[in-house]
Ligand binder design. Sequence first.
Ligand code: CA
Length: 221
Amino acid sequence: MRLLIVEDDLNLSNSLKVDLGAAGFAVDTALDGEQGEFLGSTENYDLVILDLGLPKMPGLEVLKHWRDAGNHMPVIILTSRDAWHEKVDGFKAGADDYLGKPFHTQELLARIQALLKRSYRQNQGALTVAGVELNEELQTVTINGAQAINLTAIEFKLLRCFMLQPGKILSKAHLGEHVYECDSDPDSNVIEVYINRLRRIVGNELIQTRRGQGYVFGPQS
Ligand code: CA
């Protein structure tokens, strides 16, 4: 995941670069609006953190340029804490989220992760865990970039349920509720049959049985 920070406060920019780098992001920085606008237009970023008060070109104008050019990458704007009108202007110009200064890096990180998750699903229609890529529009699955495999409706619902909650123990009853309509009576043996089918598709090791508890999806830790 590659991020761009457009911020003229060098100290803030540097510390964000370190913190976001430690969180596993590749981070580029721009110290003024023109450079930021250029980088955001020419490079491929998963998300941009954009300050509004910038030399050479205001952040709002930078954002408008990108949106006018059809560039829809997620943008979080940084605003002064009490300037509510800046937030309104930012959203109107096409911002996805905002954060008031000063802020805690943990909050920024949480917002980045939420936004990436959202935009990833919307733009690609895909959900990826441990080399398994689920295309929610086509209801197909791809394992480690191989050819897409068609899923039945139940296989798809079951796999999506797993992939949205990797590492979590899901009981047969819980899985049944997410797979069947409310008015049908889920038979736990049927879930087992589907789990075994899914294992043949995604690999045995990705769906572990927890005896008496249920199943866990994801790489073994
Ligand atoms: Ca500034």
